[in-house]
Every structure is written in structure tokens, then in C-alpha cells.
Write a protein that binds this ligand. Structure first.
Ligand SMILES: [Zn+2]
Ligand SMILES: [Zn+2]
Length: 305
């Protein structure tokens, strides 16, 4: 039940953890708060996984993150599949990279230990299979060698461009750069602040009941009588019935698709990621508290670049 009333999470990631002491030791987990979770793995905060508690492997670093999951359950599914690439039904048998070579005592197939060369290709594979490719996923690289494995692997694969995840890299300040600007997992927004302007414009339109007519069917949208989604693009206030948006988006999608991935806004012609629009809508309809908190925060002065 709580799954129905909670808004979509601000951030929830699946991460690849690597020992800085023994780079062959790799661990996969998930969290809404990567900096806090890393502290736990490194023994600087309470609560961490037993497997990462050995002093000989600490400190750990997070080298790859996958974000953009529509729910924490979705992230947990992905985490499980990435931890069990030899078992998951999300990967068709003939496409598996990791296969079981042995069996455990209980008869379950055992996989080889994770390595960069198995985990990265499996992230690539999982973000492209139909169960996960429809989500607006991002893959963040904080280590150059992990990114290189990804690039080398990608070159050997035919990729369906339409469903590729967004790739983000941040390798930190270069040697000799004394800047103290946060980078990597410390530069991630853990709240809804990256969506603030979008949330604010939709909030203003609906609280002043300025919905007007549906951008698709031109019918009047009565306040509080339906789910009205708004275009996320800067300066565009195109709003419409969720069903109308969905029909519009699916018309341009592959046949048989049930959940849209993206569409073009009929008002501003900008590209819309379906997941972004649903995140705002879920927050507006189920996250009153979160919205109030976000809009109460003083606008930070924008830094001149
Ligand atoms: Zn409509
Ligand atoms: Zn628009």
C-alpha cells in the first residue's frame, strides 16, 4: 500500500564498490544515499555489509552507479540481476556473459567472483534488455578504467540507440588541481532539487487552477478531477490528461509497448523523457510534504561560471 502513496524516490542507485587495496574485490549494492553508504562500508558509520568489513580490503570506493530507477523496488530488482547474472531471467540464456561453472553445496549454480570485466558488460547488457531499458537510467562512471571497460565493450556490441542509458563521467580534479569542489558521489543531489524549477512551475499552474485545456484533446481540465502531466522543458507549460500524453507517446513508440519511454512535446517540440514527467506528477499528487519542503528552501544564488 505504501508503494502507492509514496512519490517516486529522489535518488536510488545500484552501485559497484571496489576495494582500493585489492582492486580485484568487487561488491554490488543499492542505496538512496551513496555517501552515507560508502561510510558504512568503510566502517566510518554504523551498519555495513559483512563482506566489506574486512580491514584488509578497506577503504572501498564507488566506481560505477546506475540511477534513474522508477522505484526502490525497481532498483532492488536490478541489483539482484546484476549480482546474479548467471541466474536472472531478464537476460536470455544465449546472451549471458556470466555462466555458472560450478554448483554450491545446496545445488544452486555458483557464479565466478565479480570482476570489472564481468560486471561492466553485465551492466551494459541489463540496461539494454527490455525489462530495464524502458526506464530513464543513467550510468555514472567515477573511475577511468571502469569507463574504459564500458567503452571497449560497447564498441563490440550493436546498440539500440533509442534505449541506451545516459552515460555520465566524473573522474575528479586532475593531479595538481587543489580545488575542493565536491565530485563523484559527493556531487550527487540526494533530494529533488535538480527538478525544482519544473516542480515549481507545475505547482504554480495547478495551485492557481490555470490548467486550461488539454494540449492534446483541447478539453477543459477541471481542477482536482484527473491526473494532468506537464512538459518538463524550460518555459513550456503544456499540460494534458495523462491518458492523452500516453496515447500521444505510444503512437510514436514501437508496436506493443505499454509504457512510453519518450515523446516530443506538441507545444515546444522538445524531447520529453517519460520517466521525468511521471516523477513530477507523482511528487505533485503524492508528495505534498516533499514539494513544500523543496519550495520553502531559499533559492541559492546561481554561481556565475
Ligand atoms: Zn486530453
Ligand atoms: Zn513543451
Amino acid at each position: 500500500m505504501s508503494g502507492l502513496v509514496k512519490p517516486l524516490p529522489a535518488l536510488y542507485v545500484v552501485y559497484v564498490l571496489r576495494s582500493t587495496v585489492r582492486p580485484g574485490s568487487i561488491y554490488i549494492g543499492s542505496t538512496p544515499n551513496p555517501p552515507r553508504r560508502l561510510k558504512q562500508h568503510n566502517g566510518e558509520a554504523k551498519g555495513g555489509a559483512v563482506r566489506t568489513s574486512r580491514d584488509t580490503l578497506r577503504p572501498w570506493e564507488m566506481i560505477v552507479l546506475v540511477s534513474g530507477f522508477p522505484s526502490s523496488t525497481a532498483a532492488l530488482k536490478f541489483e539482484w540481476a546484476l549480482n546474479n547474472p548467471h541466474l536472472t531471467l531478464h537476460i536470455p540464456k544465449e546472451e549471458r556473459i556470466t555462466v555458472a561453472t560450478q554448483r554450491k553445496r545446496n545445488g544452486m549454480p555458483r557464479r565466478k567472483p565479480h570482476s570489472l570485466k564481468s560486471v561492466i558488460p553485465n551492466v551494459h547488457l541489463l540496461t539494454s534488455v527490455s525489462s530495464f531499458s524502458r526506464w530513464p537510467l543513467n550510468v555514472h562512471f567515477f573511475s577511468q578504467d571502469a569507463h574504459k571497460v564500458w567503452k571497449d565493450w560497447s564498441e563490440t556490441r550493436e546498440t539500440a540507440v533509442a534505449t541506451s542509458p545516459t552515460i555520465l563521467t566524473d573522474f575528479g580534479p586532475s593531479a595538481g588541481d587543489a580545488s575542493t569542489t565536491p565530485w563523484g558521489i559527493h556531487a550527487l543531489a540526494l533530494d529533488y532539487s535538480p527538478m525544482k524549477e519544473y516542480i515549481e512551475k507545475a505547482h504554480n499552474v495547478t495551485s492557481f487552477e490555470r490548467q486550461g485545456q488539454c494540449i492534446h484533446c483541447s478539453k477543459e481540465m477541471q481542477p482536482e478531477q484527473g491526473l494532468y502531466a506537464m512538459c518538463p522543458n524550460d518555459g513550456c507549460e503544456a499540460m494534458g490528461h495523462i491518458d492523452c500524453w500516453s496515447k500521444h507517446a505510444l503512437a510514436g513508440d514501437e508496436p506493443g509497448a505499454i509504457i512510453p519511454t519518450s515523446c516530443k512535446c506538441p507545444a515546444c517540440s522538445g524531447e520529453i523523457r517519460w520517466g521525468d514527467m511521471m516523477k513530477e506528477l507523482s511528487l505533485r499528487t503524492r508528495g505534498t510534504k516533499e514539494v513544500e519542503k523543496l519550495l520553502r528552501k531559499k533559492k541559492r544564488a546561481k554561481k556565475d561560471s
